[in-house]
Design a protein around this ligand. Sequence first.
Ligand SMILES: Cc1ncc(COP(=O)(O)O)c(C=O)c1O
Length: 472
Amino acid sequence: MSFIEDGKSVLKNLDEYYNQSINKEKPVLRQLTISWLHKKLDLAAHLENGDLSGKKLDYFIKDYLDNTTRLHHPGYLAHQVGVPHPTGALGSLIDGFTNNAMAIYEMGPAAAAIEFFMINYLLEKIGWEPMPAQIEKRLNFQHGGGVLTHGGSLANMTALLTARNHLDKTIREKGNPSDLVILAPESSHYSIIKAAGIIGIGENNVIGLETSPNGRVMVSKLDNTFQKAINSGKRIIALVANACSTGTGLYDPIDEIADFCHEKKIWFHVDGAHGGGVLFSGRYKTFLKGISKADSMIIDAHKMLRTPTVCAALLVKDAAASDHTFEHTASYLFHEKKQPGFDFIEQAIECTKAGLGLKFYMAFASIGEKGMEAYIDNTYDLTRQAYEYINAQPDFEVPVRPETNILCFRFDAGDKAQIMLRDLLIEEGSFHISSTELNARRYLRIVIINPETKMRDIKELVASIRSKAKNF
Ligand SMILES: Cc1ncc(COP(=O)(O)O)c(C=O)c1O
């Protein structure tokens, strides 16, 4: 069987899958056991026979697709994983096929050029100076920089490493002293604490910024936390703010925090993994007011920018600060060579790095800036309508007015009931939602990220929860 024939069969199956999903003909999620799936997919036999082509490939793909979580289903409301634009998915295919590990320019000039272009595109949206295409000019003036990483957790970690090495250039070689801390609200994504553990700062050295009951940083309390850290002899690597937080989707007051950090000379890192997409929204970019005063920012393209997983952007205001975060001695990679491009390897933890920019660019360019803006605005608008609707129901409670496309709510029952309701919804197959804790209470949580989700789906979700709760 030829590559073309197998390719046609894959695309045909994906097209069917897409239509079944948007028309809700199959459950959004079906979770069978690992051993059942091993058998159904005939994993051992294909491995032994080496026969995954033609008809066998066709059956295999059908079975595989039948057991996926269908992100294109309008009832997919669970997690912050974007519904990829089909053209972005074609980008993934091309990247997989060409396998251009573009961290050094000679291993993927087109991929590196696209990554360079997308980083500059984002830098300009933030209001930072883009990188000059001629390498010789890099050292001549201050400009921004960045890199695409395999996910937001890695992007946050790279940002914190950059901030640490900026604070003290000797640490990379000598190791961490014990006086380093990071300031971040408890509402930060756990990747911040995790990064502190991994890079050797220590999880306990992430000092919580005081927040409102909804988890938003309180500017009036920043100085307290700062003074306490300084008075106990600590050096602050960075202050981290959310744009937006994972649990409730609220933005921290970026503008005022930026002024505080500027005054105290602290590296200001903005985690915009989820909410950074409002850079493209005329209506909602006000949530990022002051962003150009930050030092670094991350945005996950695979969350709100219609890009297949994984693809995150780390952006820094001053490329010189990040240029020497990673200095290498690999003589097979670093030597005098003809260099018409740019080696992203100097900015990244990864050595082999996929051509992440291609799928990002292809997803974005297929709808354009206006299309991206409409997508983001629609998801945010619909979440506001969902809030009004659910909040008006006498047997539902909504703790936070949403700013993004994340909405927490609770059916009038105990904590355990919320988990049971989620399980029952998933089992039935019409909806996939998540759940979170807020102020020690359990809530149901939805992320309206699918362009196919409409208000009627939200109404059906409410009705479905109510009817399931009748059996308690
Ligand atoms: C605010 C925030 N930061 C970082 C991350 C981690 O990103 P990733 O899952 O791409 O590693 C998430 C993931 O949900 C997030 O919500």
